[in-house]
Design a protein around this ligand. Structure first.
Ligand code: MRU
Length: 375
């Protein structure tokens, strides 16, 4: 996708062939700052502080974190240390564990002298696969938007999205935004309602920025606006991303997603989730009971960061000094509220059978499948 008209990915290997470039997402939308990861610790810090975020990009960054660690020391002990350090950064997005498992499998049985090069190759593949998956989701999901457009006689299709499941959450193209960009590129008239997504404002800062760069019509709304818009016929479809989807089709995504699903259900509005297969966790069934929900520092809720009229970036407190604050980063939308899952293999029902049929190679672990049960 483009920044200032220039095609850019969110993560890349620098010209030295070893260090890793990222866009520091904590600086957006006011500044575009590129940052360089040199060590494992840099990669872990970038994920933890959300310089990079979004399930697929967390996975890609972790993959390069393993490369940076093996470049220094390719021993088994250092591989284990790298995976443990990276896995501890953020608990909810399953793409992190998936990427670390992929990296371990790619290097484990090789002589030490070959491990770093093999790691860089696999990390690059993970990035390219992410882009290909997102493009495929775009091709499948665009039909949902085109079908709505066909019934609106040229009127624009209104899509509501939450958080940033766009280009910035992935290596390129995005998950929830993939059908949107595909429809936009095909000339389908559309407009996106962008939830601001407190406390970190990924919608206001990132989704609005990237839609603007691509010339997609959009409006940023306060998080609690969606229900009102749905009641007044202003939303045709909701498309969100996911940080983890269980074997039964429960969807864990940014806090507030569940409330949008309830409002969509009450108003008969289709609610779709776009997810790449590395986001599926076939080892668990009941998302509410089993997915670990990240709790982040209360400071993120108690304060707001933004640009002052004279151009300074400032953080201000918006909560009384003595008030306790809670900051749950994700929630779970039960499968029954999900109209369908947009995957790289097609749009499928959010249930165990459809997921297992679409991704049979991921469900080989009979023990895991047994444990997930049915509902
Ligand atoms: O805390 P974040 O910004 O890493 O969370 C990301 C999300 O929840 C996104 O909405 C998204 O759907 C998952 S990444 C495609």
């Amino acid at each position: 996708m483009k920044i200032g008209g220039q095609a850019t990915r969110t993560i890349w290997v620098e010209a030295d062939g070893a260090t890793v470039g990222i866009i520091d997402q904590t600086q957006l939308p006011h500044r575009v700052v590129m940052s360089r990861l040199v060590t494992l610790e840099d990669a872990a810090r970038a994920i933890k502080t959300m310089q990079v975020r979004g399930a697929p990009l967390i996975g890609a960054t972790a993959a390069y974190g393993v490369c940076l660690a093996l470049r220094e020391d390719a021993s088994d002990e250092n591989l284990e240390r790298a995976c443990a350090t990276l896995l501890a950064t953020r608990p909810t997005a399953i793409n992190l564990k998936w990427a670390l498992d992929e990296m371990t499998a790619a290097v484990r049985n090789r002589p030490r002298g070959e491990r770093a090069a093999a790691a860089y190759r696999r990390a690059a593949e993970i990035c390219d696969e992410d882009v290909a998956i997102n493009e495929a989701m775009g091709r499948h999901g665009v039909r949902l938007i085109e079908d709505i457009a066909a019934n609106k006689n040229g009127e624009r299709v209104n899509i509501l999205t939450h958080c940033n499941a766009g280009w910035f959450a992935t290596v390129d193209f995005g998950t929830a935004t993939a059908p949107i960009y595909t429809a936009h590129n095909r000339g389908v008239p559309l407009h996106v309602w962008v939830d601001e997504t407190r406390p970190r404002n990924q919608g206001a800062a990132l989704t609005a920025f990237e839609l603007g760069q691509e010339g997609v019509a959009h409006t940023v709304i306060a998080d609690n606006t969606g229900g009102h818009l749905m009641q007044h016929g202003q939303v045709d479809i909701v498309i969100v991303g996911a940080d983890r989807v269980t074997a039964l089709g429960d969807v864990c995504n940014k806090i507030g997603t569940y409330l949008k699903a309830l409002a969509a259900h009450d108003n008969g509005i289709p609610f779709y989730v776009a997810l790449p297969s590395p986001t599926i966790d076939f080892s668990i069934g009941d998302g509410v009971a089993e997915i670990p929900i990240e709790e982040r520092a209360g400071e993120e809720v108690a304060s707001m960061r933004g640009r002052t009229a004279d151009g300074r970036i400032e953080t201000v407190r918006v909560v009384p000094d003595d008030s306790p604050v809670a900051n749950y980063a994700f929630d779970v939308t039960p499968a029954r509220l999900v109209s369908g899952l947009i995957t790289e293999r097609g749009v499928i029902t959010a249930n165990r059978e459809a997921l297992a049929n679409a991704f049979p190679e991921r469900t080989n672990d009979a023990t895991a499948m047994q444990r997930t049960g049915t509902r």
